[in-house]
Design a binder for this molecule. Structure first.
Ligand code: AMP
Length: 216
């Protein structure tokens, strides 16, 4: 089972991905997490990606396509993956198809998290993440057990550099102009499922599970 999860920044892709991979034993491939790890390591990819990410802009396609190709070539991707944050424009959709063809894989389902832009600012500015494991929290709606500390690793939670009101504006513009067209593309393939993401985490996950049950 190979699945894509798409949605605006703050729609809950990361949170839902955590739940899906824990329940369905899929490999979680998050381009955002991979890039944040590359920045932390100060690798050439990280150094190139950093300024784009902080400004809320897309990292160049060739950098991302290479990351994806290398990641999906590894053995742990054989039993299915959940792709989170890729593809983000139509050019990436085409590159992705070429990569999947080469590997003899296909996408079975695309989950589209639908939510109004107006709700996203509060979600994004209150989000905190663990710099060690990437776990996602929120200062009001998903508090850790100890204030400011990750439940899994004990590390001090941080705010993503691009989780600011200013960067969100650019990210939303990018989402509407570049990423939204891919929804139409997957809809035409008949594999798109819309999920109402403006509900509690449990309700959103329930809706996702319903779709996955049909697939299995
Ligand atoms: P995310 O964690 O998915 O919100 O991604 C954070 C940032 O990483 C984005 O705002 C982009 O700067 C970059 N990024 C993640 N995935 C991609 C992608 N598929 N193409 C280009 N840039 C990406």
């Amino acid at each position: 089972m190979n699945i894509l999860i798409i949605g605006a920044p703050g729609s809950g892709k990361g949170t839902m991905s955590e739940k899906i991979v824990a329940n369905y034993k899929l490999l979680h491939v998050s381009t955002g997490d991979m890039l944040r790890a590359a920045i932390k390591e100060e690798s050439p990819v990280g150094l190139e990606a950093q300024s784009y990410m902080n400004a809320g802009k897309l990292v160049p396609d060739d950098v991302i396509n290479k990351l994806i190709k290398e990641r999906l070539n590894k053995d742990d991707a054989l039993n299915g993956f959940l792709m989170d944050g890729f593809p983000r424009n139509l050019a990436q959709v085409k590159s992705f198809e070429a990569i999947l063809n080469e590997l003899g894989k296909k996408i079975d389902l695309v989950l589209n998290l639908e939510i109004d832009d107006l709700i996203l600012e509060k979600r994004i500015t209150g989000r905190r993440i663990c710099p060690e494991c990437g776990a996602i929290y929120h200062i009001e709606t998903k508090k850790p057990k100890v204030d400011g500390i990750c439940d899994n690793t004990g590390a001090t939670l941080i705010q993503r550099k691009d989780d600011t009101v200013e960067s969100l504006k650019t990210r939303l513009e990018t989402y509407h102009t570049l990423t939204k067209p891919i929804i139409e593309y997957y809809k035409n393939l008949g594999i798109l499922r819309n999920i109402n993401a403006d509900q509690t985490t449990d309700k959103v996950f329930e809706a996702i599970q319903k779709e996955l049950k049909e697939l299995i």
